[in-house]
Design a protein around this ligand. Structure first.
Ligand code: ZN
Length: 612
């Protein structure tokens, strides 16, 4: 307790958050929890021990006699990881607790006295974390320490679901935390370069340990990466300082990661809204994954710091940086609605390429990272699922990635086509503006999409987000006829599958002639009919050129159009033109006859005068 008082005194003396960040709307109405985390890392036995002091405010309209904290290290029991809880005190009194949950990742605390609405409780938990010797987001491997999801963090409670007690999901994320403020004191043996969520507000040597102090405001959790081998480069983009931590042998790619992180922060800030924190850290780490997102800090796999994988490194850094918008600040529930952040980050990596390198390059990235893996998954005979399911609903990791990441991003690209670029990007900006530092659900996103679009989008969300399956469309009829005004082309597009329900779409329909091509946006609600004039004789028509709609079109292309049979009715335009021409000529003749005579007369007169 004495040590705590000392730390609190230290906190008061330290500089404030140097950046005008507020938790926007939530700061005015809702008090945030604050965490003080103070730990010591021992690199001999790979233990992180200390305490967390949480000042929690009951923001709900009911009293609580229990609280849950997530203690995710226990999910690593098989690899030697875990967390021992020493003591739990609530407002200074010892509180009974137990470790529970199917994977033992929950700490249940019985409160000595009920916590009434608006009341605050100070919960002090002492703990020792055992870090597994393994390459993972929570692990120590070849001199790099990664602490993701490592300390006791309060579970979310809401009126719909009650406590959110999802276990740890090893293939992705099942995290959902309140926006809170953190002070972290991290003591590491001398020589360690430490990166953590927050801004570094101070450091000192204490008892032979190097103690760094980190402060963060409005973050959902905090992570740490540390190594004696780290080399650090930094840059500034606007008001944001960006750091890259990498192994010395990867200097070039470590600096490239810094450049990519800077470009990502810049383009996402421009298109979605400004990155809200003053600092951002990209840390090389050992892991089976490509990258892992935490507030203000991301882990990037060491395997990507290779010259031949430079492009993958770039895409992964862009993806993880995009999570600073999707998950880190726009607060989705990753366990129950992973689409709300993974698909958005996955599609953002394509948008990053579009904004930095152009549309053509972006299309390549879309094809190789999203479309091909999704179709490859379907080609293996795997089941197509809805993108809006929870992480627990997917059968395995491959189904989860193919659906939430690949199909999920595909669906966002489809939404972009349905709404048009202007409205779609306005939607993403509004999403960030209105849900930054707040929880968001897919239903909120759908409502906002309709608001921005100004029209109903149930037909879109019901099928593409909440239902399984793709759809395919075919050219049903393709005819043309030459008229006086050009070539009148008729294209009828029909939905081929699914057979049991309508999947309306705006369908790109491309008509090609010998010299020109033109793409139309055709509304297909079961059937769509395009009647248009084309400047030359059409040769082919292609439905969904560019594969906007997920699902392979069968019979999407039709060649050798049939010239429509001539009928008397078809001759009407010619007759009309001929008649108009005839009448006009007669009128002109009548009108011009007189003046012509007059001019001749005058000419004669003047010439006569000249000769005088
Ligand atoms: Zn991701």
């Amino acid at each position: 307790l004495r040590r705590l008082t000392l730390l609190l005194l230290m906190l008061a003396a330290l500089p404030a958050w140097p950046y005008p960040v507020t938790c926007s709307r939530s700061s005015a109405s809702i008090a945030r929890d604050s965490y003080l985390v103070s730990v010591v890392f021992n690199d001999v036995n790979l233990e992180v021990s200390g305490y967390v002091l949480v000042n929690h405010v009951n923001r709900l309209n009911r009293a609580f006699d229990e609280l849950y904290f997530h203690v995710y290290p226990n999910a690593f029991a098989a690899k030697g990881g875990g967390i021992d809880i020493g003591r739990v005190e609530v407002n200074g009194s010892p509180a009974p607790f137990e470790i529970t949950g199917p994977d033992k990742t929950l700490l249940h605390i019985s409160l000595p006295r009920p916590l009434k609405p608006q009341a605050a409780a100070a919960i002090n938990i002492t703990f020792t974390v055992h870090v597994p010797n393994t390459p993972d987001r929570f692990g120590y491997y070849r001199g790099i320490l990664c602490l993701g999801n490592w300390y006791p963090v309060l579970a979310v409670y809401d009126v719909d679901k009650g406590w959110h007690l999802d276990p740890y999901y090893p293939h992705g994320e099942s995290f959902h935390f309140y926006f809170s403020d953190y002070e972290l004191f991290f003591a590491a043996p001398p020589g360690y370069i430490v990166a953590a969520t927050g801004i570094l507000v101070g450091w000192e040597m204490r008892n032979g340990f190097n103690v760094t102090h980190w402060r963060s405001i409005c973050v959902r959790e905090i992570a740490v990466a540390a190594s004696k081998n780290y080399v650090v480069s930094s840059t500034r983009i606007g008001n944001v300082t960006i750091y890259s931590y990498y192994l010395p042998q990867h200097k070039n790619l470590g600096e490239y990661a810094l450049k990519v992180a800077g470009n990502s922060i810049r383009v996402f800030s421009e298109h979605y809204g400004p990155y809200p924190y003053p600092e951002y850290r990209v840390c090389e780490s050992y892991g089976w994954f490509g990258g892992m997102e935490y507030p203000m800090l991301v882990l990037i796999s060491e395997r990507l710091y290779r010259i031949r994988r430079k492009w993958s490194l770039e895409i992964v850094v862009a993806h993880e940086t995009a999570h600073q918008w999707w998950y880190v600040t726009v607060g989705d529930d990753e366990a129950n609605e992973p689409w709300m952040d993974e698909a958005f980050a996955e599609y953002s990596q394509v948008l990053y390429v579009e904004w930095i390198y152009g549309a053509e390059k972006a299309e390549e990235v879309f094809n190789s990272w999203i479309r091909r893996p999704y179709y490859a998954y379907l080609d293996r005979g795997r089941e197509d699922r809805a993108v809006a399911l929870s992480v627990w609903d997917y059968r395995d990791a491959s189904q989860y990635y193919a659906t939430v990441y690949n199909k999920g991003a595909y669906v966002l690209r489809l939404l972009r086509y349905m709404m048009g670029d202007q409205k779609f990007f306005e939607l993403l900006r509004r999403l960030y503006q209105e849900y930054r530092f707040r929880f968001v659900r897919i239903a909120d996103f759908a409502r906002l999409a309709e608001k921005v679009y100004g029209r109903d989008l149930d037909w879109f969300f019901n099928y593409w987000v909440y239902s399984a399956g793709t759809a395919s469309y075919a050219v049903d009829r393709f005819t043309y006829k030459e008229t006086a005004f050009g070539c009148e082309v008729t294209v009828v597009v029909k939905q081929v599958s699914p057979r049991d329900r309508l999947v309306p779409v705006y369908m790109p329909v491309t008509i090609r002639g010998e010299r020109t091509a033109k793409t139309f946006r055709l509304w297909v609600n079961g059937t769509g009919v395009l009647k248009t004039y084309f400047g030359e004789r059409p040769v082919t028509v292609i439905v969904d050129d560019g594969d906007i709609v997920p699902g392979r079109e069968k019979g999407s292309q039709s060649t050798a159009p049939v010239a429509a049979p001539e009928s008397l009715y078809d001759l009407l335009p010619y007759l009309a033109v001929a008649a108009t021409y005839g009448v006009a000529s007669l009128l002109l003749l009548r009108l011009y006859r007189k003046p012509v005579e007059k001019r001749e007369h005058q000419a004669t007169k003047s010439s006569g005068r000249e000769s005088d």
